[in-house]
Write a protein that binds this ligand. Structure first.
Ligand code: ATP
Ligand code: MG
Length: 543
């Protein structure tokens, strides 16, 4: 988005006229120099005109990002623009007057009694409003780091020792890009955080130039980290908010920079052109290399620029003809930056002891799952064995085609196949049981038959003995075996035969239902096997 400030005294003193015209809907600005035939139009998600309020800018440019911060995203708000264009005013704003200041130069002159606090104090207040409203369910830890890049050196603005003036940038897979050794202050209330930030802000390099009485000579980066632990599931989300007030680009002829101011201006312009090159490489669609390493600024903001963080870029502009050229080039930079593709990611993890207990719980769950997998693999082995049996009977199964069965998704097909295999296994089990019963029944019948055969052979030998006696007796042989004895023997044989007949009838009676049962089992087994065969073929064929 772009924000235009009101014309200032320097510009009025140069006889400037207003070159910016704003569309009613707040999305376009038209810039026209007196001598140019037609205006140049720039469109953004939002264009704030010089009458826009600090609260409006905050609501649109930063508030949604604070909400993202609590979802565990990294978020960045940048202010970019030429020197004196209103970056620091937008980011820091003007603190409300203390009663003792009332008589001194009035800041209210600027806003006519408006609350002139900028994005940073509003964001701080908003963050603590959210933490307080949710403290029952969530435990929060808010920490802050504040650093400036001055003359290509990173200086810790919260360092009390005064020694951290040249810190290094490091990259860590878990933390992302960070400043090694930067002071991190834990804050519990918004007042506390504001005090820390105001202390840091006062340490920042600021000087008067021909363009701005309080010109920022460094890029300032304030990092507010919000870690929130869910008291129920113990997850820890860590969102980070980067609030960046860049130093402004400057034309040395206008700022009148000499000596140290000139050296500062050179470094500022150099790092801003590195920023421009990174944005160009990110958006031109053909660069495979992004020159983040060309400046400390681009290295620190690597994550925010590269799309890993949600970002709001506020292009600060002057509406005066005196700064027309710079305003056009600043807006061109903003137009290019619109094309950066953001792919923000949530930063969720676990912390401390809770992490250990959670890990233990997860490991137990994992062990139970492993057991389940083992059982399932046994089951699968069973299915494979059943399939081998199937193959023996019905030959090779048809090949599964990925597009079948029609109308079913692949997971549905697999589910169907598993269900079918289970049904098949049940059928096979039932068939085996029935076959076992039949085997036992026929073994019993055979045992009976063997017994009866023995009885018959015994009978046969008895009968033949008696017959032999009878024949020899009637042929004038042994008198002791007369007619009476033969009759007795024959009667005995009759009895034995009657008994044998009765036994055979008994056996036949027993065998009949057994034979019927065996027949019925055979039919049922055949039917079941056919059904199982059909089910499997349906599953594999998708028919
Ligand atoms: N929207 C605004 N309304 C009123 N005054 C503003 C506005 N924006 C900026 N100013 C005033 O303009 C002056 C310059 O603004 P500021 O210091 O924010 O510029 P800057 O972009 O930070 O410049 P530098 O790059 O030099 O740091 C300040 O006095 C500031 O109060
Ligand atoms: Mg500034």
């Amino acid at each position: 988005m772009a924000r235009f400030r009101p014309m200032n005294r320097i510009e009025e003193g140069k006889g400037s006229r207003n070159v910016a015209r704003f569309d009613e809907d707040g999305t376009a600005v038209h810039l026209q120099q007196e001598d140019s035939p037609q205006p140049i139009t720039f469109t953004f998600d939002r264009v704030f005109n010089p009458r826009s309020l600090q609260s409006e800018v905050y609501e649109y440019a930063a508030k949604p990002l604070i909400e993202d911060l609590f979802q565990g995203y990294y978020a960045t708000v940048f202010a970019y623009g030429q020197t004196g264009s209103g970056k620091t005013f937008t980011m820091e704003g003007v603190a409300p007057r203390e009663p003792a200041d009332a008589a001194s130069e009035s800041v209210d002159e600027l806003g006519g009694g408006e609350d002139l606090r900028g994005v940073i104090p509003r964001a701080v207040e908003h963050i603590f409003d959210i933490t307080q409203a949710n403290s029952e369910l969530t435990e929060f830890k808010v920490t802050v780091q504040y650093a400036e890049i001055y003359m290509e050196r990173i200086r810790d603005l919260l360092d009390r020792s005064g020694t951290k003036n040249n810190l290094e940038i490091r990259v860590d897979p878990a933390r992302g890009v960070y400043i090694e050794g930067a002071t991190e202050v834990v804050v519990k209330r918004d007042g506390e955080l504001k005090k820390v930030l105001s202390r840091g802000s006062h340490k920042r390099h600021v000087s008067a130039t021909g363009m701005n009485e309080e010109s920022s000579r460094s890029h300032a980066i304030c990092m507010i980290s919000v870690a929130q632990k869910d008291r129920m599931d113990l997850t820890v989300k860590t969102g980070k908010l980067f609030l960046v007030d860049l130093a402004g680009s400057e034309m040395v002829s206008k700022t009148g920079a000499t000596d140290q101011r000139l050296e500062e201006a050179k470094q500022i312009n150099k790092s801003l052109s590195a920023l421009g090159n990174v944005i160009k490489a990110l958006t031109d669609g053909k660069s495979s290399y992004i020159p983040y390493r060309d400046s400390k600024l681009t290295r620190i903001l690597q994550d925010s620029l590269g799309g890993g963080s949600r970002a709001s870029l506020i292009i600060a502009c002057s509406p005066a003809s005196y700064n027309y050229t710079e305003t056009v080039s600043t807006l061109r930079f903003g137009t290019r930056a619109k094309f950066i593709k953001y792919k923000p990611r949530v930063h969720v993890g676990y912390g401390g002891n809770e992490m250990d207990s959670l890990l233990e719980k997860k490991e137990q769950e994992l062990a139970a799952l492993r057991e389940q997998v083992h059982l399932m693999s046994q089951e699968v082995k069973g299915v494979i064995a059943a399939n081998a049996a199937y193959k023996k009977v019905y030959g090779a199964p048809p090949v599964i085609r990925a597009d079948q069965p029609p109308g079913m998704s692949m997971p549905e097909k697999l589910d169907f196949a598993v269900q079918t295999c289970r049904a098949l296994l049940r059928e096979v089990g039932a068939i085996r049981q029935e076959a076992g019963l039949c085997r036992r029944a026929s073994a019993e019948v055979e045992k009976h038959l063997r017994e009866e055969r023995m009885i018959f052979s015994q009978l046969r030998s008895d009968v033949s003995k008696v017959a032999l006696k009878t024949i020899s007796g009637s042929g004038g042989g042994d008198d002791r075996l007369g007619g009476e004895a033969v009759v007795k023997d024959v009667e005995g044989i009759d009895k034995i035969l009657a008994m044998a007949k009765w036994k055979v009838e008994g056996i036949l009676k027993k065998m009949k239902p057994l034979a019927m049962a065996a027949g019925a089992s055979e039919v049922a087994a055949k039917k079941s096997a056919e059904m199982a065969h059909l089910a499997l073929r349906k599953c594999l064929d998708g028919a």
